[in-house]
Design a protein around this ligand. Structure first.
Ligand code: MG
Length: 366
């Protein structure tokens, strides 16, 4: 029998705020927020959005993505600091190096978050927890900030586990505990379930992850499509996505096979729709933006046509992806004079870029 996979998710605790507080001990125990864009300390002219809130600030209800004006209203004594991206990036790089020293594979997913695969010598969850403790200790000793860690048999559960006991947490979920761990948690704890999706779940009377796990599959698909199905899989403790070394991700592509082969444009459009959603979901999981779209058609006789188009700005907009992919596939199909049938279409994105610090809080999917 193959050994269970052991995956760790590491998430720095209110990262930007922690770095600021570490460098200015006067701020310790004060409600501190780090803000994007310009800001003014006068209540009436407060501008900008919170990027990170210290734990004392969170006690007032402040959180990332909250407009500063609202934060000032809830907590008039809040200390607002501007972003110091260069510093945060430097600290982040140092932390990643520390982690890399202890493990086999590190997939950094944002400036303060990474998935990790352990070295082959780590064979049990207890050994993994021991390794996590060493990493936490070293980060705290060298960078003087804390992180929270989740260890689980797959990425989604590891991510949920790292958020389970914040700050400075270490949560281990053994394979046989996954169902009991997930089931009472609110469905919004699933990475990627945002406001809109949770409203849909609400209407379906799905409140906990356990509710979602048991929900009617067909109904989920009707309301939320393939993404809903993916959420349900996660609710059932299933997530086969791999931890990939960050530098490896240069492009993302998926194909769709027609059975039977077809040249019906509406069938092809449905295929484009579905495969675009799949590509988009991976982009979201990896927190990446793309600039280039590549599409391909493979005909029944295996002749293959491809087309590639680069756009001027990076985006992660699913409607943009769908629309352009559809147009490009249609352009390829227009050359099909002999009316051959299509066996497969392919849609890919490349020229990828990690979501940067500013965009991260606005599209905080995970
Ligand atoms: Mg964090």
């Amino acid at each position: 029998m193959a050994a269970d996979k052991i995956i760790m998710h590491i998430d720095m605790d209110s990262f930007f705020a922690s770095v600021e507080i570490r460098d200015n001990t006067d701020l310790k125990d004060k409600p501190v927020v780090v803000c994007s864009k310009t800001f003014h300390l006068h209540k009436d002219t407060a501008r900008g959005v919170i990027s990170a809130a210290s734990y004392p600030a969170r006690k007032f209800g402040l959180h990332s993505a909250m407009p500063l004006a609202e934060a000032k209203r809830l907590c008039p004594d809040v200390v607002c600091l501007p972003m110091n991206k260069t510093l945060y990036k430097q600290v982040s790089d140092n932390i990643i190096k520390i982690i890399q020293n202890h493990v086999k594979t590190v997939q950094q997913v944002s400036i303060d978050e990474a998935y990790v695969l352990f070295k082959d010598t780590v064979k049990t969850f207890d050994e993994a927890a021991e390794c996590a403790r060493e990493i936490k200790k070293e980060i705290e000793a060298v960078e003087r900030i804390t992180c929270s860690v989740g260890i689980a048999p797959n990425k989604s559960v590891a991510k949920i586990a790292s958020g389970f006991q914040k700050p400075n947490g270490l949560t281990v979920v053994h394979p046989e505990e996954v169902a009991d761990f997930l089931s009472p948690l609110p469905v919004t704890k699933i990475p990627g379930v945002g406001k809109k999706t949770s409203e849909t779940f609400d209407m379906m009377r799905i409140q906990t992850i356990g509710d979602l796990a048991k929900a009617d599959k067909r109904q989920i698909y009707e309301k939320l499509g393939r993404q809903g199905m993916a959420f349900q899989e996660i609710a059932n403790g299933i997530d086969v996505s791999q931890v990939m070394e960050t530098a490896d991700v240069k492009s993302i592509s998926r194909f769709y096979s027609f059975n039977p082969y077809t040249n019906d444009s509406s069938a092809v459009a449905l295929g484009v729709e579905s495969v675009s959603e799949e590509v988009h979901m991976i982009l979201m999981q990896k927190r990446m933006f793309f600039k280039t779209i590549t599409v391909g058609i493979r005909y029944a006789d295996f002749t293959t046509l491809t087309k590639s188009k680069s756009h001027t700005v990076h985006t992660s907009d699913i409607f943009f992806l769908k629309r352009h992919a559809k147009d490009m596939i249609e352009e390829l199909m227009a050359n099909n004079e002999t009316n051959k049938k299509i066996r497969q279409i392919n849609i890919g994105v490349s020229n990828l870029k990690k979501t940067d610090v500013n965009q991260m809080q606005l599209t905080d999917f995970f």
